[in-house]
Ligand binder design. Sequence first.
Ligand code: 6PG
Length: 242
Amino acid sequence: MTRVIVHDDPESAAAAAAELLAGRIALRLRSAGVAHVALAGGTTPRRVYERIGPLVPEWDAVHLWLGDERVVPAEHPDANVAMVRASLLRGLAPPPVLHPVQTGLGADGACDAYEAALAALVPRHASGMPQLDIALLGLGEDGHTASLFPNAPALNVTGRACVVVRDAPKPPPVRITLTLPVLGAARERIVLATGREKAMAAARAVGAPTPEVPASLLPRLHTTFVLDAAAAAFVDAGADDA
Ligand code: 6PG
């Protein structure tokens, strides 16, 4: 059963997601001494990244990955890593270990390099996939998550932790995304969505799994949706009202 937590507004939802993410990171740091975390891109999680700094005791044992990246120069305003640097990393000392997608290598080169880095640094899941500790994910209005878009061939990729997307309906079109096998292998997933424009996608994401709604293909177990009331408008009353 997917866990759904609903907060009144975007700010409280972001604060809750920051506390949940920080708590999971702290747990892994205590039990394993290291934490591997995939971060969401887009705009919603920025509020989380601006809050979470003081909530984690020792960032220098935290490895930060990107759940997806646009294939643009690292300092480009569309780059997810630029948003992470400007929000989460800002003033953080000692900083976490950030693993940007090396988009300067071009899409295929960047994907292969990212795949190799994940394989080299992240412990393996029984499936053979790198096992991230936590994946923080966003949700698009069409139900996409990371850069896994509705009915896209990327949804069927197995045996790879990341894949190139060349026709993303959400610009920019060329992206690198983690795949469902590696997102599914993560110990924990947190999906943060706010705003009425996400309400239909959120309701379908917690409903029956379908490639029309990629977020619905995430495992139900150890997946928590953190929503504000607007994004939860069509989610069944079973949600935990926070
Ligand atoms: C990206 C994101 C993408 C995002 C959703 C929601 O690179 O675009 O990873 O999956 O999370 O599109 O975006 P917003 O938070 O901006 O609504």
